[in-house]
Design a protein around this ligand. Structure first.
Ligand code: OOB
Length: 540
């Protein structure tokens, strides 16, 4: 098994400890502490009203930890977790942490192709699902996963397990529980948005991740009276840690798991649970702002609406206060690390016009041209970063690591930003070829590969097009061979590829050739840029 690690150079690790960012905390350690400090305070509430106190959450985590180990899993083993916004998400992943097992976070939208990739890449030994979520039976998916990945020895199901193992069958057994993991060890694997090909795996340590959500909770002013609602899929880094469910648990706040971000479901929960803070991607923020004036639900408890994952346009940002009556916080982050926030007491213009500034004084931010030279202050350039919670490399991916990191360990974010005189970042665009579809990052290359598998596709180039609602939508330019297939046929074909539904191209445009320059071969990147520009120009 390829060892999991995330290593910073000694002098930086020393600095991060000296400055108090890395305090030697671990997930099991802080959860146990909170359970001891306020065992009877409610930690998490589900959409159906199920509530567990901090004491109950930790005791369920210990029971689940023993259950996983009793199945024969060994500390250090990887476990793919595909659960939606239900309280069991927390009892399962906290159980894995207590057992020293490593969650690999999949989204509910992922299907066979993605799950097999995560399982193989992480060398996973088990897979946790819910019986159903969002009208999909995950047991049918699990059967295909097990057939494709024999190393998955156990499937654990929240709900009716059929031939698999029911989470509810797990029994407490303190004798099985190991000592807490080392704070510098990898706690879990997060999934990258991925601009080239398949998603990469992001190893995050206890020390670095806990710092990021502890500091985030402080920036957002979370305390015992706060109620954080996860409206986005909780496996995303944003609702998980910015400050997310873990920042909320760290601060002793209450977490609400919202099963759908639709205004109907979310507004009802805001009223019922007196939610004080939640986070959305821009398209959902627009939807909420549209629905709020007409709703009969009482949204007055909501103090902070965070918006991030994709660019929130200033015009929309200016409407938040008027329509939802709360403070806007812009969040510009990435699963690889760096997270920027506008601060709650920032001047209004900074809140609506910028994507915030880094969490840490020791987040190093460089803005450089394509040759790697710093651009003049205030000019747009490529954002590079390193710091106390930004990874130094992906798991087992030398190719991606040489592309995505500089020799001195800066992560190339792929984002084009400029910096204001006050040190706030404004996202201008992106240098890499992915589509940011309502906050879900889609790799153009990955979709092209699927389309090329269709017998009537000679070549395909996938690009992003502006969309008033989604921010960006995906468009596939396809050169057919033989008889031209219908667009609907290609979309149906994409579904047979067993990928997340958000990866099916929104639009398909058939072309007879890709105009390449006289010089001959142009890069895929240039080709995509040209197709996109020509198409938008024709439409204008
Ligand atoms: C968050 O994380 P990821 O890993 O899904 O995506 C990261 C990328 C960034 O590199 C950037 O391209 C884009 O998403 N992005 C934004 C943005 N926030 C993220 N682009 C413009 N404006 C923003 N506010 O998306 C994520 C992780 C933690 C917190 C928030 C978002």
């Amino acid at each position: 098994m390829i060892p999991l690690q995330q290593v910073w150079p000694d002098e930086l690790a020393r600095l991060y400890r000296e400055r108090g960012y890395w305090r030697g905390e671990t997930f099991p350690g802080f959860l146990r502490e909170r359970a001891a400090e306020h065992p009877d305070r409610v930690a998490v509430t589900g959409g159906d009203g199920t509530s567990w106190t901090y004491g109950e959450l930790f005791s369920k985590a210990e029971t689940n930890a023993a259950g996983f180990l009793a199945l024969g899993l060994q500390p250090g083993d990887r476990v793919v977790v595909q659960l939606g916004n239900i309280p069991e998400f927390l009892s399962v992943v906290c159980g894995l942490f207590v057992a020293g097992l490593i969650p690999v976070y999949a989204l509910p939208a992922h299907r066979l192709t993605e799950i097999v990739h995560f399982a193989q890449k992480s060398e996973a030994a088990a897979y946790v699902i819910a019986e159903r979520y969002d009208n999909f039976d995950y047991r049918t998916l699990a059967r295909e996963v097990v057939a494709a990945v024999p190393a998955i020895k156990n499937v654990i199901v929240v709900g009716e397990a059929e031939e698999f193992v029911a989470l509810s069958s797990f029994k407490a057994n303190a004798a099985l529980l190991p000592a807490d993991p080392s704070p510098s060890s990898v706690a879990f694997l997060q999934i990258s948005g991925g601009s080239t090909g398949l998603s990469k795996l992001i190893p995050r340590t206890h020390d670095d991740y806990i710092y990021s959500f502890r500091a985030s909770a402080e920036i957002c002013g979370l305390d015992a009276d706060s109620v954080y609602m996860s409206a986005l899929p909780v496996a995303h880094n944003f609702p998980m840690s910015s400050p997310g469910v873990f920042g909320a648990l760290y601060a002793g706040s209450r977490v609400v798991m919202c099963p759908s971000p639709s205004p109907e479901t979310a507004f009802a929960l805001i009223e019922r649970e007196k939610v004080t803070i939640t986070g959305l991607v821009p398209p959902l923020a627009l939807l909420w702002m549209q629905a709020a004036p007409k709703t009969s639900y009482d949204l007055s408890s909501l103090q902070i609406l965070q918006v991030g994952g994709a660019k929130f346009m200033p015009e929309a940002a200016r409407r938040v206060k008027g329509s939802l009556g709360c403070t806007l916080q812009q969040v510009f982050g990435m699963a690889e690390g760096l997270v920027n926030y506008t601060r709650l007491d920032d001047p209004y213009e900074i809140i609506v016009e910028t994507q915030g500034r880094p969490i840490s004084a020791d987040d190093e931010v460089l803005i450089v041209d394509d040759q790697g030279n710093p651009v003049p202050e205030g000019e747009p350039g490529n954002l590079l970063t390193r710091g106390p919670y930004t990874i130094r490399g992906y798991h087992n991916d030398p190719g991606a690591n040489s592309r995505s990191f500089t020799e001195d360990g800066f992560y190339r974010t792929g984002d084009v930003v400029k910096r204001t005189p006050e040190g706030y970042l404004v996202v201008q665009g992106r240098a890499t070829d992915h589509i940011n579809r309502a906050g879900e990052k889609i790799s153009a290359e990955e979709i092209e590969d699927h389309l090329l598998a269709h017998p009537s596709v000679f070549d395909a180039a996938v690009v992003s097009l502006p969309d008033p609602f989604l921010g960006e939508k995906s468009c596939a330019f396809v050169i057919p061979q033989g008889e031209q297939p219908k667009a609907s046929e290609l979309k149906a074909f994409m579904r047979t590829r067993k990928v997340a539904d958000f990866k099916v191209p929104d639009q398909i445009v058939f072309v007879s050739e890709f105009q390449t320059t006289a010089v001959g071969k142009i890069s895929r990147k240039e080709l995509r840029a040209k197709l996109r520009a020509d198409f938008l120009e024709k439409k204008a």
